[in-house]
Write a protein of this length. Structure first.
Length: 340
């Protein structure tokens, strides 16, 4: 059982009054007002403050990559880990620009252990099994990944925790987990991932339909993750629960991260109130997952990179939302006439 404390609702009315008393028409800041209220509930204060964000980037490989479901070879996962550690990826650039600390976690990259300065190793195995023909991982591996992620989330040491991922084949994994959790037809979920052409997309859909037939639908979160998840996705789900337990706002990235969030909220329903969704990915199935979570993302930039990049771009919006509630003058304090 994962323990995530419910956010306090004691200040809800006071939060709404405080936001409506600011020097603006009611509702004029739109979604920013809703985000400010959410942050205030998580921190249980009328003067919320977001000063720090850490992006934890989980990397893991997938046995399903053997079925040619990605436009890129599996070796890219390991190569991108080196790129993250060298500071050369989009996530690094966005994190540096926005003052976000970034850590990279090896959750289960194919090949031998990676020894590199700055890398956090929580390897479960050298990639998952091929879920087209067998479960992606054992129950023990799934639980170990969840608990390892939870511990990393608890230790995040920031008031906002963002999570990203890297893993060739992980859109296939996320698609199957979403399919089994929501019951949505696969053709509403399968997307091009890292850039499949039409023939590749058709092949991917056929492989995933074959894989889906191995198990009945729906599955609960643990079984869906065990059968079709990736180590990076499972660890991310655990990390979200751990970060929320530590009192952090959890900033969710795109399709893969949202599927992890969907599974995590089934295991710990109070988690939902800690989740802010950074962006709407261009990946085909993301809208379905957002709808299942009743989530309204902050940005829509036609991105589909992963790595936590959408969360990083949304981080300044969160900071501004908290500052609005804490620092913006009220009609009374500013001597400005309110609505007639």
């Amino acid at each position: 059982v994962f323990q995530v404390p419910p956010v306090s609702r004691a200040l809800d009315e006071a939060i709404r009054r405080a936001i409506d008393s600011k020097t603006k028409p009611p509702g004029a800041l739109g979604v920013v007002e809703a985000v400010a209220a959410q942050i205030a509930r998580v921190q249980n204060t009328l003067t919320p403050e977001l000063r720090s964000c850490r992006l934890t980037l989980f990397a893991g490989d997938h046995g399903i990559a053997a079925e040619s479901v990605s436009a890129y070879p599996q070796a890219v996962t390991r190569q991108m880990v080196a790129n993250f550690l060298a500071g050369g990826a989009a996530a690094n650039v966005f994190a540096r620009t926005n003052g976000v600390e970034l850590q990279v976690v090896d959750a289960g990259v194919a090949g031998g252990p990676i020894e590199a300065p700055g890398l956090v190793s929580r390897r479960i195995a050298a990639g998952t099994r091929n879920f087209a023909v067998e479960p992606a991982m054992t129950a023990e591996q799934c639980e170990t990944a969840l608990r390892a992620g939870e511990a990393l989330g608890v230790a995040v040491a920031a008031d906002t925790a963002a999570f990203g991922e890297m893993g060739i084949g992980n859109t296939s994994s996320a698609t199957l987990v979403a399919h089994k959790l929501t019951g949505t037809a696969l053709d509403s979920l399968v997307g091009r991932g890292a850039g499949l052409d039409d023939a590749g997309l058709s092949r991917k859909q056929g492989i995933l339909e074959q894989a889906a037939r191995r198990t009945a639908a729906p599955l609960d979160a643990r079984d869906a993750l065990r059968e079709y998840g990736g180590f990076e996705m499972v660890m991310m789900a655990g990390a979200m629960m751990g970060a929320a337990r530590a009192g952090a706002v959890v900033l969710v990235d795109g399709f893969i991260a949202s599927v992890a969030a969907l599974a995590a909220t089934e295991m710990a329903p109070p988690l939902r109130d800690y989740l802010v969704f950074g962006h709407r990915s261009a990946e085909h199935g993301h809208g379905v997952v957002l709808a299942a979570l009743d989530a309204r993302p902050l940005l829509e930039l036609d991105m589909r990179l992963g790595e936590g990049t959408g969360a990083l771009l949304a981080w300044p919006v969160l900071k501004c939302a908290a500052a609005m509630l804490s620092e913006m003058a009220s009609f009374e304090s500013a001597g400005v006439s309110g609505p007639v």
